[in-house]
Design a protein around this ligand. Structure first.
Ligand code: ADP
Length: 550
């Protein structure tokens, strides 16, 4: 084969921050810090401090390939770690602080982290895990000297101060060049069953994901945007936004630990945010706040919602009342995470809003770089007709090939052409235009007398009732039908609604046999570490629930 004569330049994460510094050096990065104050910096300054940090890492004896963990909120120091650790050739291991302490210790040991950088909020959990973490040589608090904790830590030589580490170093540092397939970062899935599994991203996979995610039919980001990632930097790299923002030169706004409706609204307004990203439960609390206080968004014009299905009622409220365009997107930790985004095609311009609404509630079209298909239980391809539904499989350069040190063998499955696919665990249909719609996670599907009921569809209808804030539909055991849908509902503050009102709301929207058998009202739904409704917990809670007539 004739080789090309184009330059070979490895796709490395350091190139993103170098580009941002050179071309968007004065673009701002604004953070609400753990301390509560607002901190302002620029790409230029962040790059400088990242280089100092890279020198500090070298002095701490962190080698290329070593894992460096973070237990931190969204903020500029976390972003410096993103660039310094990966840029130097080490692996940034972002840890979800909402996991149980034992799970965090298990993850640190499994990853064999050499150093752990943490926000002061997490000092208690760090103190409790330190004696269990055998590979960690350095514990570093993301703080100024005058805020350093006096606490000592069992099993550790003491806690280092991040700002001391940085200020002791020069900013002279040249990012090393290495193989673009080298590992760059590591994120463990929440592990609702069994131990968490590590997804080890690479420089090449990250850069390709960044390029594809910024495109107009994906997140559509540019140097004219002000991005506020509510989605945490400890979960799948905040959906790639710290990389995308640097690539396009957008201003970044980090909310720190302040994720309540009031704090978010204030920050969105004061920093003139144009674009935000988060899971539906976060937006639910923001919208409850704006509704109750009769507030508007004066600059935010787009928001990407994903992580779990965005109810059409939320899409309509954002768009019609607030003028905020919703981008419904789907992805997974195993996919870096973006797989599909729901944007319109040319032909949809002529459609009425009522015709467009059902398209927009789908999870969307595959990004270039993500190949997807649906298959039945025997692995046979299903048609793209918007009706047939089956197991969703994906492949592509930013899709996981194997879990880190899992010892369980590859998760991939082969098809008849010997192509390898990652089974997502999602059940979906795909229509003739390529729009994919998730009907359920395979473990959440309700199987009633051999027929499948989509819990997402039942939930979407429930939350379109004006008195319902949140809803989850789970399978309850039934002597005749095996499983029947049970709806668990959180009412809106001050609203009054009965079981019969909710059930009457299903009339004409689904077949009679798909209507839930019962509705129970609860104060709150159990949320997992990434803000998603924990259906496993709900199923446990309502295992002995007796359905009417059962
Ligand atoms: P976990 O929840 O296990 O930590 P992820 O955060 O990687 O893992 O979640 C991936 C899963 O979240 C997907 O497989 C899918 O079930 C669900 N998901 C993500 N985005 C959407 C969406 N827009 N609509 C429905 N489900 C979604």
């Amino acid at each position: 084969m004739l080789q090309s004569l184009m330059m070979q330049m490895p796709l490395l994460i350091s190139s993103l921050i170098e580009h941002a510094d050179r071309h968007h050096g004065d673009s701002e990065i604004v953070s609400r810090r753990v301390e509560g104050d607002i901190h302002r910096t620029t790409y230029h300054e962040l790059h400088r401090r990242s280089r100092r940090l890279a020198n500090a890492l070298a002095e701490l004896g962190i080698d290329q390939g070593d894992r460096v963990a973070t237990v931190a909120w969204n903020g500029y120091r976390h972003m410096e770690l993103y660039y310094a650790v990966s840029g130097a050739g080490s692996v940034l291991h972002t840890i979800n602080p909402r996991l149980l302490a034992e799970q965090i210790a298990w993850i640190v040991n499994h990853a064999e982290d050499r150093a752990v950088f943490f926000d002061l909020t997490f000092l208690p959990v760090i103190q409790s895990i330190a004696p269990l973490c055998k590979t960690v040589r350095h514990w570093v608090a993301l703080a100024d000297r005058d805020r350093m904790p006096v606490a000592t830590m069992e099993g550790a030589n003491g806690v280092l101060c991040y700002e001391d580490l940085i200020s002791a170093q020069t900013d002279q540092f040249t990012w090393p060049e290495f193989d673009e397939n080298a590992a760059s970062s590591l994120c463990y899935t929440s592990g609702t069953t069994g131990h968490p599994k590590g997804v080890l991203y690479g420089h090449r996979s990250t850069i390709l994901h960044t390029l594809a995610s910024a495109l107009p039919d994906a997140l559509n980001l540019s140097a004219r945007d002000v991005i506020l990632p509510v989605v945490p930097m400890f979960h799948v790299n905040a959906w790639g936004l710290p990389y995308i923002a640097a690539m396009v030169g957008a201003k970044l706004v980090f909310p720190g630990p302040f994720l309540d409706g009031k704090s978010l609204h204030e920050l969105l307004e004061s920093e003139k945010v144009t674009f935000s990203a988060g899971v539906p439960t976060v937006w639910q609390s923001l919208l409850t706040y704006t509704e109750a206080n009769n507030l508007k968004f004066s600059t935010m014009n787009r928001t990407v919602i994903g992580g779990s299905a965005c109810p059409p009622a939320m899409i309509q409220l954002f768009q019609q009342k607030y003028g905020v365009q919703v981008l419904h997107a789907w992805g997974m930790t195993e996919m870096s995470p973006l797989g599909t985004a729901c944007t319109f095609k040319h032909k949809h311009a002529a459609w009425s809003p009522a015709e467009r609404a059902p398209v927009q509630s789908k999870q969307g079209r595959a990004l270039y770089g993500v190949d997807m298909k649906i298959v039945d239980d025997d692995g046979v391809d299903l048609p793209w007709d918007g009706i047939a539904f089956g197991n969703l499989l994906v492949r592509g350069p930013w899709v996981v090939r194997d879990y880190y040190k899992s010892g369980e063998g590859s998760p991939l499955v082969d098809d008849k052409q010997n192509k390898q696919w990652f089974p997502t665990g999602d059940v979906s249909n795909i229509d003739a235009d390529g729009y994919m719609q998730i009907t359920d996670r395979s473990k959440d599907v309700i199987k009633s007398g051999g027929e499948w009921i989509s819990s997402i569809e039942i939930e979407n209808i429930a939350v379109s009732h004006p008195a319902v804030a949140m809803a989850a539909c789970i399978a309850a055991a039934h002597p005749k039908w095996d499983e029947r849908p049970l709806l668990v509902v959180v009412k809106k503050p001050g609203a009054s609604v009965t079981r019969d009102d909710v059930l009457a709301h299903y009339a004409g929207k689904v077949a009679r046999w798909q209507v839930p058998d019962d509705v129970v009202f609860v104060e709150a739904l159990p949320l997992g570490a990434t803000g998603k409704i924990l259906k496993t917990k709900l199923r446990e809670q309502f295992r002995v629930h007796r359905l009417p007539g059962a």
